[in-house]
Design a protein. Structure first.
Length: 273
């Protein structure tokens, strides 16, 4: 049975652990707040006592032989912060984690914000084909909840300059983008953070990566010339096979979409260099 390393088992990490245990994966979890983490783990043990899946508290170093690692660790944002505001302090968190994963060769899902800049660091340190920044599928779900059209999606920066790609462009796209942002902030303001939606979509991505099949999704990955970008991770349509990036799908962007996309690139580049 495959083991998944969860680094940061707070609200989102705890729910992802629950979802993956329910699917039959073993969990190795770590959190800097050790008492809370052990409480989460005991709660999960009680939930799955009658199932053939295990969850244990381990060090990060003990995750080097896991099949997948999910990094949720880092400082969360408050309603008056952008994701980019978190970069300097979360960069230090990620660099410390990567130093402890020096022997790990498998796929990594990074949730820590700002997701694109953080995943750029991970991909530069680890491997372009196995480093996946999370956010685009969640953003797309927020968009579809508004437009009610499953073919609509969001790419670009997981931040202020996200790019709604709409099947029906005869709409007020600025207004729709505003509503997507407002819906996200509504959750943060009213319950102090998102949990169910990110946990569900993270679990889906993790399960697909672990299945070693072939699938299409949206993720932040390091581009290698696609969309005119190199050495920078940003949300794009991707094709994944056997747990590795197989292809970045390039689509034509109109002027409005391209302007937002380029602003996102500039923001990520300023943070990561």
């Amino acid at each position: 049975m495959k083991s998944v390393g969860i680094i940061g088992i707070g609200r989102v990490g705890g729910l992802v652990s629950y979802n993956l245990l329910e699917k039959g994966y073993n969990i190795r979890a770590y959190d800097v707040i050790e008492n809370y983490a052990k409480g989460q783990i005991m709660d999960l043990k009680h939930a799955f006592a009658f199932k053939d899946a295990s969850v244990e508290f381990t060090s990060i170093e003990e995750m080097n032989d896991c099949s997948l690692i999910i990094i949720t660790a880092g400082f969360p944002r408050s309603p008056n912060e952008t994701r980019a505001d978190l970069f300097e302090k979360n960069k230090k968190v990620i660099e410390d984690i990567l130093n402890k994963l020096d022997g790990y060769k498998g796929p990594i899902i990074t949730i820590t914000n700002p997701a694109d800049a953080i995943n750029t660091i991970v991909a530069r340190e680890k491997c372009r084909e196995t480093s996946f920044g999370f956010g685009s599928t969640l953003d797309s779900a927020r968009l579809v909840n508004i437009t009610k059209n499953a073919s609509d999606f969001i790419m670009g920066e997981h931040g202020e300059n996200f790019v709604p790609v709409l099947s029906n462009k005869n709409v007020d796209r600025e207004e729709i983008a505003k509503r997507v942002k407002e819906d996200n902030l509504f959750v943060i303001e009213n319950k102090k953070g998102t949990e169910y939606a990110p946990a569900y979509h993270i679990t889906e991505l993790a399960d697909q990566l672990l299945s070693n099949g072939e699938f299409s999704t949206y993720a932040s990955v390091m581009c290698d010339g696609e969309y005119g970008i190199r050495d920078l991770s940003i949300g794009v349509p991707v094709r994944i096979k056997n747990g590795r990036l197989e292809k970045i799908v390039e689509i034509a962007l109109d002027d409005w979409e391209n302007e937002r996309f380029k602003k996102g690139i500039e923001t990520i580049r300023k943070l990561t260099g």
